[in-house]
Design a protein around this ligand. Sequence first.
Ligand code: F6P
Length: 375
Amino acid sequence: MAKTKRIGILTSGGDSPALNAAIRGVGKTALGFYGMEIIGFRDGFRGLVEDRRLKLDKAALSGILTVGGTILGTSRDKPHRMLIDGRTRDMTEVIVENYKKYDLGALVCLGGGGTQKNALYLAKAGLNVITLPKTIDNDVVLTDSTFGFATALDIATEAIDRLHSTAHSHHRIVVAEIMGHRAGWLTLGAGIAGGADVILIPEIPYDVQKIADAIKRRSRHGTNFSIVAVAEGAMSIDDARAFKSAEGKRERARTLHDKKEAKNELAALEARHTGNTLRLARQLEDLTHLESRVTILGYVQRGGTPSPADRLLATRLGSACADLINEGVFGVMVAARGDRTEPVPLEKVAGKRKIVAPDHPWVETARRVGTCLGD
Ligand code: F6P
């Protein structure tokens, strides 16, 4: 088999700490160890469509290990549904043409769940695709963890630490909203590490009365402040039921009319979910008669310098990725498995989401140390 000479690389989806560490890991190994040439494509899959390139030579790969964000820029564009001049178009053919035009032997895609799906799509279109798992949400299947998660965990934990002293001083409930999309890893991890009194995750729908009871129990025992770590995707039992029913309708819908109706129902529920954390804080204030405040951590969790753990993981995965390209292994995601890495077929990853099982050891740990999980 002819050895790969030139590879393309792009970052796609929401940015996350250690993307640059991963670009450097792939780049330095491919360039310095295997003598390949690397082209970076800007702003995700759009860079491949619009011919926006950045040559990643030795100088470009230097000094980026500790830098947050991505030197390539990113976007949530999908190859087969891209907004071009105000119209949504399938740009797969253009991407395949450009891949050939640049004489690429492989395309490395760094991203989360959505990127794995898009990568599989391009693999099926005939490209030599290989991916790395990135996201602060840690919700990619078949890898021990994703890079970005460890840094976000540090940031969210530090935030909970800091919220403790102000909650304590004012005898308040502080509700801290933590990212994670539809998975509770970040909230559960930071909640345990930061000693939150209540942890609410999407996988365990909550009953607001039970949360209020737990907070009141603390007050009765002389502790009149509480920290509630709530995942952005956490829901009350009623809301979770409504979502489940709407999602079921969408799956079962056969006619265009039914599909549209289910889509509208889901959109209405999603719109209602915005502001859920504020609503929850108000409900808790009413039920406990303790003053409450909300802190939405937001993009602070995604920005800035990656932690050493993330730099290490991203460098390991990036370097292993270059090894696999050299061996001609494509159509896979490079996963972390203990101290090692392993290629996992994209078919097994795309379209799946790793969520927290209700009996996961982290959940059990939280319960054992007396944390209320809202159920
Ligand atoms: O996937 C990472 C993430 O930060 C999620 O936790 C969050 O739900 C989402 O991205 C926000 O996406 P965007 O930055 O596109 O609004």
